[in-house]
Design a protein. Structure first.
Length: 234
């Protein structure tokens, strides 16, 4: 899947999404559609903000490249995260009690929209107090007793060797030395002897939202990067 694609392109859907979104609102019982907009940022899937006469929601419409197993892994991980009390948007169910919903070849899940801004949008780093709140959420993620099916993640540090083999021919010689030194440093880490647990794996300024609910709550990755968590070492 090319990063040059728009989020809507990833659905391989032709036509106006509005009728689909209207049926989503009906299926989840969240009211009548007032407005919707596609979130243009992100590297995966197609996220749509939905505003009804009841509230605002986010529909994550999975890219056509995702397999049913990928989607099951994704939704199960999110359910585990929410059940553990991590500050993450609530995952809604359809009137039939299902987490996922399919329509016109599109499979999606629906979450409540959290008012707030990521630290990337705020254009600043968290304060010491805010970092503490983020770490508290990370600790909750680490405490989840769950090992999802293996999924190769090119961003995961343990895959540094595999990714290096794929891209080393494109690296400038002077940069190649730096990368090789970094890999040597990684290889010196006794990974197998370290404690292992479930981790988020992608705490970035873009994936941590400061809520506007007056409680200084941090919502981890409103658009679902939280479920990219993988079994890795700390």
């Amino acid at each position: 899947m090319s990063e040059l694609q728009t989020p809507a392109d990833r659905l391989e859907y032709s036509g106006d999404l509005t009728p689909v979104i209207e049926r989503v609102c009906e299926a989840f019982g969240v009211g009548s559609l007032n407005a919707s907009s596609i979130v243009e940022v992100g590297y995966e899937d197609c996220n749509v903000v939905i505003e009804t006469d009841q509230a605002k929601f986010v529909a994550k419409m999975f890219a056509k490249t995702r397999t049913p197993e990928d989607i099951t892994r994704y939704t199960t991980t999110m359910e585990k995260v929410v059940d553990a009390g991590v500050h993450h948007p609530e995952l809604l169910k359809t009137n039939a009690g299902e987490t996922t919903y399919g329509d016109s070849g599109i499979t999606l899940i629906l979450m409540r929209f959290v008012e707030g801004k990521s630290f990337l949008e705020l254009d600043r780093s968290p304060t010491d107090e805010e970092r503490k709140a983020v770490l508290e959420q990370a600790a909750k993620v680490n405490s989840i007793d769950y090992e999802p099916p293996y999924l190769f993640d090119s961003w995961a540090i343990p895959n540094i060797h595999a990714m290096f083999e794929k891209v080393k021919q494109y690296i400038e010689p002077e940069d190649l030395l730096i990368v090789e030194r970094a890999i040597a440093s990684y290889d010196a880490i006794p990974v197998d002897d370290l404690p292992h647990c479930f981790v988020h794996g992608d705490f970035t300024k873009a994936n941590v939202i400061k809520g506007q609910d007056g409680k200084n709550i941090f919502w981890i990755s409103q658009l679902l990067i939280a479920t990219r968590a993988y079994k890795s070492w700390l």
